[in-house]
Each structure stands twice: as structure tokens, then as C-alpha cells.
Design a binder for this molecule. Structure first.
Ligand SMILES: [Zn+2]
Length: 181
């Protein structure tokens, strides 16, 4: 599909040591394959990482230098988000940011510059606080956007525009004149 130009990105892919559903070595092997696929087809990469940032950075620094990636549904530490940003990658936040116990994640949002933030549903999972436990859907992403806007002290309209533009830029959805495709 990448060869046929049917894709605008590769992913999500990455490392998940939390669930341990497959062996670390196997996960690393496939991550390297995805890094190479994204580079070969000049496509941005959407990364998932849970309890595995050290390995992710170690492999990326060998296999994915100066490439475009988005760390989706970020739930790491402040140090880890700085490492993500240092590599020029984007960071995406989901409904988790609206949960009552999201203080650590609020500090992470404060660290992230506005031009690197995306928002997502992670639907059907992670419905925001007011819909928690329900099936998540795109309409609910406004609650996540509202939370990010209040942390960043900007209006909902501004955060909507900024994250939309970031997404268009990340997915290379602009033409040569800067217009959205
Ligand atoms: Zn994921």
C-alpha cells in the first residue's frame, strides 16, 4: 500500500512492554522494519510506546535519525517527553488528559510547545472524563481539546486551529503553495 501511494503515514507501531504480548526482541525487530519502511517511502511514522522509551530511543537513534514521527497517546515522563521533542517529533494527547488523576500529564502538556501538539481520540478507547467507560468517538475529542486549551491558556478555537495545522503539517497534507490538499 505504501508503494501504491495509498498511505499518508506508517503506524501506529512501536514497543509495548506493559502488556508483554510479544517478546521484546521480536517487537524491536519489527520496529526496525517499520522505521526502514517509513524512510523508504518518505512517510511519517506514528509511534506507540509504553514502558519502553529507552529501547525506542536507542533503536531510533540508529535507524531513524532526523525522521518525522508522532508519539501517539503520550503517557511517559517529563524526561521522556523532552527526549521525544529533542528528536523533532510530535506528541499526541488523548482523553487521558481529562481524567481526574492526570496531574503528571498536565505538566507534560506544559512542556510541549504548541507547534508540536496533536490531539486524538484513540477511539474506541480512552473516552474523556465526562464519557469515561463509554465507547469513545471523534465527537468527544473536543473535551480533550478544551483541556489542552485551558492548560496552555488559549481559546478552544485557537487550540483547534493549531492542532489541525500541526496534523496537516505532520501528514504532509499541504501542497507547494501551503494550501491544504
Ligand atoms: Zn497505541
Amino acid at each position: 500500500m505504501a508503494k501504491e501511494k495509498k498511505l499518508i503515514a506508517i503506524g501506529e507501531t512501536g514497543l509495548d512492554y506493559f502488556y508483554g504480548l510479544s517478546k521484546k526482541d521480536l517487537q524491536k525487530k519489527y520496529l526496525i522494519n517499520y522505521f526502514r519502511l517509513a524512510i523508504k517511502h518518505k512517510l511519517p511514522l506514528i509511534l506507540h510506546c509504553r514502558d519502553a522509551f529507552l529501547d525506542l530511543f536507542e533503536i531510533a537513534d540508529k535507524e531513524f535519525v532526523d525522521q518525522k514521527a508522532l508519539l501517539h497517546c503520550f503517557t511517559g515522563t517529563q524526561k521522556e517527553v523532552r527526549n521525544v521533542l529533542d528528536r523533532g517529533w510530535y506528541v499526541s494527547f488523548s482523553g487521558i488528559i481529562t481524567f481526574k488523576n492526570s496531574n503528571d500529564l498536565i505538566e507534560i502538556v506544559k512542556i510541549c510547545p504548541l507547534d508540536r501538539i496533536l490531539i486524538e481520540t484513540d477511539s474506541p478507547l480512552l473516552a474523556p472524563q465526562s464519557k469515561r467507560g463509554k465507547l469513545n468517538e471523534p465527537a468527544y475529542v473536543v473535551e480533550t481539546a478544551q483541556m489542552i486549551a485551558s492548560i496552555k491558556n488559549v481559546s478552544l478555537e485557537e487550540i483547534a486551529k493549531i492542532t489541525f495545522d500541526n496534523a496537516m503539517k505532520f501528514y504532509q497534507m499541504f501542497d507547494k503553495n501551503g494550501h491544504i490538499l
